[in-house]
Design a protein around this ligand. Sequence first.
Ligand code: NAG
Ligand code: ZN
Length: 287
Amino acid sequence: MAARVLSLALLASGLPSTLAWGALGHEAVAYVATNFVASTTKSYFQTLLGDTSTDYLASVASWADSWRSTTAGKFSAPFHYIDANDSPPSSCSVSLSRDCGSGGCVVSAISNYTTRLLTSSLSKSERQIAAKMVIHLLGDIGQPLHCEALDVGGNDIDVTYDGDSTNLHAVWDSNIAESIAGGSSLSSAKSWAATLTTAIKTGTYKSAAAGWVSGLSITSAQSSALTWASESNAEVCSTVLAKGLSYVEKNDLSGAYTTTATPVVNLQIAKQGYRLAKWLDAIAAAA
Ligand SMILES: *[C@@H]1O[C@H](CO)[C@@H](O)[C@H](O)[C@H]1NC(C)=O
Ligand SMILES: [Zn+2]
């Protein structure tokens, strides 16, 4: 829980809240994954992370957002997003050559930390970092505004949510997710994930889930991650900014906007959680 305490401390100190999904979204992705990983995968990551509790993935899911705020981890800040230089809402696209900067991006970072997890010559602490990055970044890449350059991924788009001034990025990181989960605690994340897990196993997502992981390959990690980034980015045109910039600037986003966004946020969290499970399964099998 140290990561959570640290990020609350950082928020309290007045640093901008550009932390990605917020802890809740990352924890929900992690719990969905926890519900789908093979038992050998569970043992492998519980051992690597030194945590035999059922929260072994969720507890480290936001660590990367604390790390990026430290001097030692500052270099990893660009790993949380990809700056798609497209033109929403009329045209959305992601191109690695155009959008993944020289400091790296979420697509290259997923590939890097997946490779590092499988590199047995690295120290255990380096492989722990790699695990925590993979667990986190498969969440970030599902947040549409982490796959968009416009106005710093919406951080510079001033909006109102339930009467409070905030920005569009934060609304997608936290407000909509919290409105769905009914809170921001670890237990809210767990029960939200339980609902999404049922939807994957027997409900709304049952027929789609296999397609979410088709072509998933840790040996072509960059290509899998680029597919996920492109899907997220497409939501910027079809949902996040579908009605244009002036619509999000002029309306309180806690109303109709959240109603429209809710199925997209549910889908993105469910997808990334299910993908994370299969990704970790493939890593544990190869390790
Ligand atoms: C891969 O991860 C290591 C360890 O955090 C980092 O030093 C390196 O810059 C990363 N490389 C790329 C290409 O992202
Ligand atoms: Zn992040």
